[in-house]
Ligand binder design. Sequence first.
Ligand SMILES: [Zn+2]
Length: 605
Amino acid sequence: MTTGVICLLLILPAGSGCRRTEQAVSKPPVVKTKTGIEMVAVPGGWFEMGSEKGGSDERPVHKVWISPFLMDVYEVKQDQFKKYQLPDPSHFKSPNNPLEQINWTDATLYCNERSLAEGLEPCYDEETWDCNFAANGYRLPTEAEWEYSCRAGTGTEYGFGNNKAKLRTFGWCVDNSSGKTHPGGQKQPNPWGLYDMHGNVAEWCNDLYVENYYSQSPEKNPKGPKEGKERVLRGGSWKSSAETCRSAYRSSDPSIDDTCLASDAIGFRCVRNAPDNISSEPKMNSEKQTQSTAKTGLVYDDIYIEHETTPGHPECSERLIRIIKQLKAGGLYSQLLEIKPMPVGRHWIETVHAPEYIDRAKSSSENGAGYLDTGDVPISLKSYEAAVMAAGGVLAAIDAVMEQKVTNAFCAVRPPGHHALGNRAMGFCIFNNVAIGTRYIQARYNLPKILIVDWDVHHGNGTQAAFYDDPNVLYFSVHQYPFYPGTGSQAEQGSGKGLKFNINVPLPAGSGDDCYVKEFEEKLAPAASSFDPDFVLVSAGFDAHEGDLLGGMRVTDRGFAKLTQIVKSIAEKCCAGRLVSVLEGGYGLDGLAASVEAHIRVLMQ
Ligand SMILES: [Zn+2]
């Protein structure tokens, strides 16, 4: 199926009796990506790069060959960026305004996240920021690709000719912008259908900037010099003069790392290599989106099983393998809406964890340290990546609920989270997935009151600590006591304004379904009702199961179904059923798989 439209613009000389085609500009097709972003399928070709009339860095004018690629029709908008859980740095806030104050590094992070969301291979190494041009994912354009696209077959100063007075028809610059950015697409596009190539926000290119690069650049697909201190910016902005909005005008900025903010006149757009057959690029299909009437979502990704612990360790990959197998065997799997996790933005991890700790988790994992902080958090090379995706999975589930794609969701993630402290790993946990999810709901969706129900057999000391003085988070934990990690007595009720918003229900070893249900009905239900949460999160550990290897309780899978029903009723009563459940512990594989199935069956009802 062809998704693009080829349209021929016939330019006819006015007043001429003789109808003749002076120039036939073929407008390349527009394709829609899997996430609904429009891109122009830019054809390959030769062009003359640079300008004899411009600055010395625009010379010499030289011939360059560009291979076909796709380029965003518009500059990346703020709402596109926020979709990937990245904090919006923009000064002129509005969902349709171009993203700005974006540094080069964060622009590349967006490229990677967008690639992952579409199942493409990310181009950027997030350690070295090297770009893999062979990958099929999104990246920033090379400077040559950018100029080629801006010129769109023209050899004039601007994509519309040489008359700079016409710039106001094609772009936002200092003369007409009223000192701000404007939503993409309000001005005329260039001959290839690209909007705002001149003005609005200056656009990051992938290249490093070197003034005399043109005298040494290769003829085919030049990718910029190997070394340089600044990255190239192109196109000029809302505060630029017409002269600096020219197609060939080169500029640069040092804002390349994630600690410094770029100017509010700097944004970007993405490109990617042209797929072999553009017409096979799937068009975003609105039926596809609405087709998902599934009430319950499932978060899972193979990265979670790449978090390897020590041989024979109870918190093993087999746990998730068995869960997925059971859901498939029970016919549930196909009825659940698959929610693809994305790596959580570091900003969100930092709402719960100290930056030094995040760095330590990353380096310990990637350096093959074997353990993180303590002997009870074994890690492997992929553990950090898995941990980032576990928290990201919870955020993706929250998004799916908030966007009403599902009513509730279960996150089959590893490593678990509820023991993780702000500055330390413990109890098989790296990042506190539920705590990060809590902060995300509050900040991203402006829903202040979160109920966290934690029925893992162990007390969730990390979660308790994260919200101990916070009256907006009601933490309810039922657990075996005394037991690991030692916290969780009834006396721990919160502090300061958070007093009474921390409810611990310690139970003796051997407690079973009846006991748990009673505590839920008599303690959780009334407390939740008076708290009246905006969202319910469940730290769903299944290690209180009678067959568990670590826990000493006697809860059955039917018991977990009853607990699920009670919590689900609370969510239905208080917050339109909004509930995300996140796997914590559970170490007897049969009991774990059966309990998760029972839990999800109730969520689906
Ligand atoms: Zn546990």
